[in-house]
Design a protein around this ligand. Structure first.
Ligand code: SF4
Ligand code: SF4
Length: 251
């Protein structure tokens, strides 16, 4: 099998999704035999504009420099795959998009706001260049990388799994926090992929993997109101990680 040339690029992000590569354990050894890592600064490889088969992109677009960089990277990449919430929907930092003016938040957060030079918004990579495949999650898992690379090595296009977290939760026979504790679990409208990690520990799902297909977010929000939660708190729960997704806009 021919080795795939890959690159891992960072934009505005916390680096958590890049760790899905570095935390693979033994699978990383197998992966390194199947691929040639051309650019991955966090692992010590730097050649940003080398031609590659797959460019993995972590992070959102928040500066004019980012806009130029992503266009250059797209031009030298056969396939471009976004990894994580930041790259697929703008991430937690896209909460700033709701501010009336950039000064609303820079003055609150930074001692010298005049040093901050960013775009008005934090945006998904797909808002700027064509994206071939999206891996959702905050963070993504190592298994998502292994599955995607394995499929591409065999010449098969990876399956976009849009099943809901509830399905993983039920298969694992975890106790439902929504039914038994009345907690505002987003599992019924969230993509699977995490293995229902939070319900496994008795916690409600925060929606890290983003909207599933055919999700009825407003219906779930209405259910939360019936449990006694305030609409503002419910809306914040839906906005936390994927605030740019209109299919999770609830009132
Ligand atoms: S998606 Fe989450 S874990 Fe990944 S880089 Fe963004 S903030 Fe970090
Ligand atoms: S705990 Fe959440 S994810 Fe699990 S079945 Fe209940 S609603 Fe679905």
């Amino acid at each position: 099998m021919e080795r795939l040339r890959i690159a891992v690029h960072k934009f505005s992000s916390c680096d958590g999704c890049q760790l899905a590569f570095l935390n693979m354990g033994e699978a990383l050894i197998e992966l390194s035999e199947a691929v040639e890592i051309v650019h991955f600064p966090e692992a010590g490889y730097v050649d940003e504009l080398a031609h590659v088969d797959i460019a993995f992109i972590e992070g959102s677009i928040v500066t004019a420099h980012d806009e130029n960089r992503i266009a250059s990277i797209r031009a030298v990449s056969n396939r471009l795959v976004t990894i994580g919430a930041c790259a697929t929907s703008g991430g937690i930092q896209a909460l700033k998009n709701a501010a009336q003016s950039p000064d609303d938040w820079t003055g609150t957060i930074y001692a010298t706001p005049s040093y901050i030079d960013t775009l008005r918004t934090s945006s998904a990579i797909a808002d700027y260049v064509p994206v071939d495949f999206e891996l959702w999650g905050c963070p993504i898992t190592s298994q998502q990388i292994v599955t995607l690379v394995g499929a591409l090595l065999r010449g098969v296009w990876p399956v976009d799994d849009t099943e809901k977290v509830c399905m993983s939760c039920k298969r694992a026979q975890y106790v439902c926090t929504l039914v038994t504790k009345g907690e505002p679990c987003l599992g019924p409208v969230t993509r699977a992929g995490c293995g229902a990690l939070c319900p496994a520990f008795g916690r409600d799902c925060f929606g890290c993997f983003g909207p599933s297909d055919t999700c009825n977010a407003q219906g779930l929000a209405n259910r939360f109101v019936g449990l006694g939660y305030q609409p503002e708190r419910i809306a914040r729960r839906f906005r936390l990680i994927h605030s740019t997704r209109t299919d999770w806009s609830v009132t």
